[in-house]
Design a protein around this ligand. Structure first.
Ligand code: ZN
Length: 135
């Protein structure tokens, strides 16, 4: 699969990452609202700036785009054929960073939930999981 964007567009997309709220994040926000769970968003004082922080359950949630965070065996995480090595390295770096910040958070006593973008296609299952983990 070739990259569907040219270089300029791809770097524009990349520079947007982490600055804007994504559709998957909005989905998770609406699920948390449904469960009547109070949360804070993009808490800068915690490692990795978690997307959601639920203090009452000592839990943080990261919503991961499958491509950027290199979801294993996921169609959405397929690398573009051009610049393959670059994308591979990028994925490895992101993965390492994710693991590092998860470890830091756990050390501080937080539970860490990772929700992958592709899982949000079945919101019922994510809702069940959140309910189980947050209550
Ligand atoms: Zn995925």
């Amino acid at each position: 699969m070739a990259d569907i964007y040219d270089k300029a567009k791809r770097s524009e997309i990349m520079s947007c990452v982490k600055h804007t709220r994504t559709a998957p994040e909005e989905k998770v926000a609406s699920l948390l609202k449904k469960l009547k769970i109070k949360y804070r968003r993009n808490v800068k004082s915690l490692p990795g700036q978690p997307d959601f922080v639920i203090k009452s359950a000592e839990t943080v949630i990261f919503v991961h785009g499958c491509f950027w965070h290199a979801h294993t065996n996921c169609k959405l995480a397929r690398r573009p054929k051009t610049n393959k090595r670059f994308w591979q390295q990028k994925a490895i770096d992101n993965r390492k960073r994710d693991l590092r910040k998860n470890r830091l958070l756990r050390k501080k006593g937080w539970h860490v939930i990772t929700i992958w973008q592709c899982r949000l296609r079945k919101t019922d299952q994510v809702l069940k999981r959140l309910k189980r983990m947050l209550s």
